[in-house]
Design a binder for this molecule. Structure first.
Ligand SMILES: Cc1cc2nc3c(=O)[nH]c(=O)nc-3n(C[C@H](O)[C@H](O)[C@H](O)COP(=O)(O)O)c2cc1C
Length: 229
């Protein structure tokens, strides 16, 4: 009797072992399928990159841009920060997200100064159009912005409010008229205490359209050793 009980027990365990192993293989197969789907083009990000460039940039009349002659302000179709982003994206196949405000900013430089001051005084969180798809897939974030009154535009705070950059690697950069990165690095640390600012960069807006400006940008981005793809 004891021998029969033992045999049942033994074969029972054996059966359970094979059943569990089979289940496990099925799981492995299904995750392999997911991977091959990805290679078949079912990728959700255009470049399948783990680096995302997020930036805000304003075209229109601005300080020391375009043909400003003897005055201080000129007009551009592409903002300074976007010019920098374009240099980067010409060399690196990162994904990118341009922050476009729901309520467009004024073209006029002096009106823009007033709106920016107002936003800062009221601690505004301007809404932006769309959303970052598959945010979780990205590990590295290059975040570009102009400096407005020694800090970033409030719409950058709207991004930090909406997305959690904990455990992500950040590479902030600014274009500016003399303030460098202003107070933005310490603000990012306040807003995203669990993110790591790996490196940062700034360039005067008046330099971005020159050959030396382009080289500075590319030297910085190359120094980060991010995958080109
Ligand atoms: C509202 C406003 C405020 C600005 N405040 C500053 C500032 O405090 N310090 C600075 O260096 N540049 C300042 N600038 C200049 C911009 O930072 C600079 O022109 C930048 O390159 C613009 O980038 P964009 O063309 O991508 O918007 C300001 C520009 C604007 C429109």
């Amino acid at each position: 009797m004891k021998t029969i009980k033992f045999l049942f027990g033994f074969f029972g365990c054996l059966l359970m072992f094979f059943t569990l192993t089979a289940c496990n293989n099925n799981e492995n197969n299904s995750s392999n399928n997911n991977e091959s789907n990805k290679q078949d083009g079912e990728i959700t990000t255009p470049n399948d990159s783990d680096t995302l460039v997020i930036f805000f940039s304003r075209a229109g009349e601005n300080y020391m841009v375009g043909d400003y002659g003897n005055g201080y302000a000129g007009y551009v179709d592409v903002g300074n920060t976007e010019v920098v982003v374009n240099y980067i994206l010409d060399e690196y196949h990162f994904d990118s997200f341009k922050i476009n405000p729901v309520v467009p900013y004024p073209d006029s430089y002096s009106d823009m100064l007033n709106v920016a001051r107002e936003e800062q005084q009221t601690n505004a969180r301007p809404e932006f159009i769309g959303e970052i798809e598959n945010f979780e897939n990205y590990q590295n974030f290059i975040i570009g912005y102009p400096i407005w009154n020694n800090t970033f535009p409030n719409i950058i705070i709207s991004i930090f409010d909406k997305y959690d950059f904990s455990h992500k690697k950040l590479y902030p950069f600014s274009t500016h008229g003399g303030s460098g990165l202003g107070n933005t690095l310490s603000k990012i640390k306040e807003l995203e205490p669990n993110a790591t600012i790996v490196d940062s960069f700034s360039i005067p807006g008046a330099n971005v359209r020159s050959d030396s400006g382009k080289s500075q940008v590319l030297n910085w981005i190359d120094s980060l050793n991010l995958e080109k793809r």
